[in-house]
Design a protein around this ligand. Structure first.
Ligand code: NAG
Ligand code: NAG
Ligand code: NAG
Length: 307
């Protein structure tokens, strides 16, 4: 084996090792929001699932050190009373008529606030397409509160959606310079769904899931502003050019009209002068012409004897 190949092979293997994932952050071990949800759920049920606490009473869940950036509150409800009375779970306000499906009897609601560190996970998991997160991500998940803690769905009617109040966890007003952020939902298909603007930091959402406030990236805003500027400048230049061409055209028409009228005037004058001259000349010449016309006759008459 050639020594050169050997060294190249070693070099390549060293390069491939050093360029591989070497970050030891726990964030990178949790690849998706789904696995984070499962981790939080497992931890919650391990620590609080068996202990008794009153229905509709909020409990703070203490997570281990490597998840301390995440704040979790839980509350247990009977599905029937949830539907009849609604509930307020920190930032989430569930109106009357909210349904849990499937529901055996009770449901355990988990509300998560992912700190900015954990929220940044959504950048790698979702196609944010020109948006940036401007709030921590809030999650509302629901599980069967019985022996088998399977995930259940929370659904609000469109006339009475779940309200999410971001104002206590996101101070965004001064940072965005007056721009109203948009409500975003992080769906299961790695797609961001924009659900309208978050006036007063309030979002209306149809059910459980992960939500955040987003704003257009400055570069996107800039591009849009530049293109708007381009349109304004372009259209005004176009308008000016059009006006200039129009004035040129009008001037040309004016000059032409003037020339025409002058020519007509000159022609008219020339015609008049000619007519006058002819009539004058005719008047004066008339006898002369008669004379010249008679002359040859006289000449011929005089010349006749020479023939
Ligand atoms: C967090 O720390 C605990 C021990 O405190 C460990 O068992 C667990 O695997 C860690 N989780 C992650 C995601 O790193
Ligand atoms: C967030 O991440 C930064 C850098 O990765 C780290 O210094 C900081 O301690 C983290 N904050 C929390 C609350 O984990
Ligand atoms: C949202 O929360 C803020 C602060 O927690 C509160 O002042 C405000 O009244 C809430 N808005 C609604 C509509 O509940």
């Amino acid at each position: 084996m050639e020594p050169a190949f050997f060294y190249i092979a070693i070099l390549l293997s060293v390069l491939s090792i050093s360029s591989g994932p070497d970050k030891a952050l726990c964030r990178d071990d949790i690849k998706s929001t789904r696995s984070l949800d499962l981790l939080i759920k497992d931890y919650t049920f391990k620590s609080y699932g068996k202990s008794y606490f009153r229905t509709a009473e909020l409990q703070v869940v203490k997570l281990p050190g490597n998840l301390s950036d995440i704040r979790v509150d839980i509350a247990r409800y009977r599905c029937g009373s949830l539907k009849r009375y609604g509930a307020r779970i920190r930032e989430f306000h569930l109106g009357v008529g909210v349904t849990v499906q499937p529901c055996v009897e009770r449901v355990l609601m988990i509300r998560q606030v992912l700190g900015f560190n954990w929220s940044s996970m959504f950048y790698s998991n979702y196609d944010l397409s020109g948006y940036q997160l401007v709030s921590p991500v809030l999650g509302l998940m629901a599980y069967n509160a019985g022996k088998d803690p399977f995930q259940v769905g929370v659904h609000a009617g469109s006339e009475n959606p779940i309200m999410v109040n971001f104002s206590s966890i996101a101070r965004i007003d001064q940072k965005l310079g007056g721009i109203v952020p948009l409500c975003a939902s992080f769906g299961g298909n790695r797609q961001l769904a924009i659900m309208g603007s978050a006036g007063q930091s309030l979002c209306r959402v149809p059910g459980h899931g992960h939500f955040g406030l987003v704003a257009e990236l400055p570069s996107v805003q800039m591009r849009r502003r530049v293109s708007r500027w381009k349109v304004v400048v372009g259209s005004s230049i176009g308008a000016l050019l059009g006006l200039f061409l129009l004035s040129l055209l009008m001037m040309a028409m004016l000059v032409k009209a003037k020339k025409k009228s002058r020519r007509e005037e000159m022609e008219r004058r020339a015609y008049e002068e000619e007519a006058l001259q002819v009539s004058m000349v005719g008047h004066v010449r008339a006898p002369m012409a008669a004379g010249t016309r008679t002359m040859p006759v006289i000449e011929r008459r005089y010349s006749a004897p020479y023939r």
